[in-house]
Design a protein around this ligand. Sequence first.
Ligand code: NAI
Ligand code: MG
Length: 349
Amino acid sequence: ATDKTLRLAVIEGDGIGHETVPEGLKVLDAALEGSGITVETTPFDLGAGRWHRTGETLTEEDMAALAEHDAILLGAVGDPDVPSGVLERGLLLRLRFGFDHFVNLRPTRLVPGVVSPLADPGDVDFVVVREGTEGPYVGNGGTMREGTQLEVATEVSLNTAVGVERVVRYAFEQAAKRRGRLTLVHKHNVLVHAGHLWRRIVEQVGAEHPDVAVDYLHVDAATIFLVTDPARFDVIVTDNLFGDILTDLAGAISGGIGLAASGNINPTGAFPSMFEPVHGSAPDIAGQGIADPTATVLSVALLLEHLGHDAAADRVRRAVDADLAARTDAAARSTSEIGTALADAVRAL
Ligand code: NAI
Ligand code: MG
């Protein structure tokens, strides 16, 4: 690349976001040391704190300023005093929809040394490719006669051929680069309209990938196999709602919320992609310096990979793996001790 500056928008957000994001940035700097690339960060004040002060969630000016960046790193937003839905719809979903983050990528790996709640999980290494801009999350619905016994509420799932095809193509490309297995998860026996659109598009795109073995699971069956035989999965492609639920389950079987990373990706590059830990702002432990920054650091690895710095991403992951393998309860470290150790380990690789 000729561009030697990585322009990174940084949204620490709220709660432990203020503690974990600086550690992610430490590791990002370490990973790019010696590459000739300099990281130029722009902090954005967004989240519950800003909302309490100003009533604003995300303005047009914020969107325009964010759009000038190569990528976004987000900690977490929210606190108990913001009504449910305000930041989810007004900030997180607005970013995903506005920047057309049609791929929500959530890798799940059970790293040696990490304890799974499953007795015999096997070799767990899969990625969920969750559609990010359609499905039941588009806000296509309404309420009538609210508060009466005759209240009506609708929440219509929106699925377009273009929207499904682009995420399915992305999932097949991932599968071709990985172990060559793709599982479509839906519920086409009941959700026949959306389900059969997904099924047909997977069949069509699959014809272009004879090297990828395709199978299908209803979402309820998928929850069974994620617990009884998670090692069977390589790439799971699914809609926005099913993906949301399955990725929490995936996080739970693979070491928990302190480790789960995600990318909200626009593969076309038309807008910056956004990388964030799956966990929230953890108000119960915020300010204590005990949050695990690993999920944020693994989100940085996804960011590096997205920008084409595969070797740097790989070093971050290997540093995390080694660190996880060596962790003990007796030697608990602070957020910044873990971040510094990971940054040092990345430099040493
Ligand atoms: P949460 O993920 O913040 O916390 C759940 C539990 O996991 C808590 O006990 C917390 O202490 C623990 N935890 C989370 N991250 C951790 C870490 N890195 N290290 C150690 N422990 C960790 O979920 P919760 O409590 O449901 O939500 C708290 C706030 O975060 C809410 O306002 C919620 O809306 C928001 N939230 C924001 C998200 C985002 O910004 N994408 C995602 C999920 C929740
Ligand atoms: Mg979720």
